[in-house]
Design a protein. Structure first.
Length: 277
């Protein structure tokens, strides 16, 4: 049984999910805008095909261009299915996060290697039967793309952390002080509302996927404990604006460096995942 479409013509090879405030890639050559219909409804918005470094890139703001989808209402399945339908094999996924650890500062980037799911009501798999499918997410992020992201950060002089765990909460509310302290005590690095189920749906679709967590502030637990100073709205906006410039530069540099061939196992995620009796 085929879950995903076979594309007749590859419209793009790389996909980018824009996060909060990242609704376009400035300076890219726009080739076309595409309306993609999926079995799971419409994606968050039209998908813009742009050209960067001679490569076709599909750009989709996960919240929509007007930020009309809160985290728990994003059509994650439609978004991933649409990328697959266009022929995308690699997905770059920047998003805004709060820091749970004092040494991870606003303005830093974290190239996450793990996530913890604390969501509750999300439609988080393509495989609801009749063939039972257990996809491994032991290492949920593509190692090839992570290495490209880390090296690009180094070369661009972007302050970054080469690994980290993002805890994903349901939203749209922020954490209580008690919840935030708990996450910090467990050793998790950053907190976000959109990484799950986007990352696992990408794995089910056999797409390479990398997260770029852009730290905009400290979460409430650290502030409550007096370990860090509260970040003012003015400072958050300044950090975010500066980070967007760095994020765009990083995305462009990564796209330039992504080779034609995949050396990872992301494209074989379903190979031993299905239970056939």
């Amino acid at each position: 049984m085929r879950m995903f479409p076979e594309f007749k013509e590859r419209r793009a090879e790389i996909g980018v999910f824009g996060g909060s405030g990242l609704y376009n890639i400035e300076g890219a050559t726009v080739l076309e805008e595409i309306k993609v219909e999926t079995p799971f409804g419409m994606p968050s918005d039209l998908i813009t095909i742009v050209e960067i470094a001679g490569k076709r890139v599909a750009f989709l703001p996960r919240h929509g261009r007007k930020h009309q989808y809160p985290p728990h209402k994003i059509p994650y399945k439609a978004n991933i299915w649409a990328m697959k339908a266009l022929g995308v094999e690699r997905v770059l996924a920047p998003n805004a996060v709060g820091s749970l650890q004092r040494h991870i500062k606003p303005g830093d980037f974290v190239i996450c290697d793990q996530f913890v799911d604390r969501t509750r009501h999300r439609d988080d798999t393509f495989f609801d039967g009749p063939i039972t499918t257990h996809v491994s997410t032991a290492d949920p992020y593509c190692p090839q793309l992570r290495e490209i992201a880390i090296q690009a950060c180094k070369d661009l002089g972007i302050p970054h952390h080469e690994r980290g765990t993002v805890v994903v909460i349901e939203g749209p509310r922020f954490s209580t002080k008690a919840e935030s302290r708990w996450f910090t005590q467990l050793g998790w690095e950053v907190i976000n509302m959109t990484q799950y189920p986007e990352v696992t749906l990408a794995r089910e679709a056999e797409l390479c996927y990398v997260n770029i967590s852009i730290v905009t502030d400290y979460d409430t637990g650290l502030v409550a404990e007096g370990e860090v100073e509260p970040v003012s709205a003015e400072e958050v906006m300044k950090n975010f604006a500066a980070s967007l410039e760095k994020a765009r530069a990083l995305l462009v540099e990564m796209i330039k460096r992504i080779p034609p061939e995949r050396t990872c196992k992301c494209g074989e995620a379903l190979k031993h995942a299905r239970v056939v009796v």
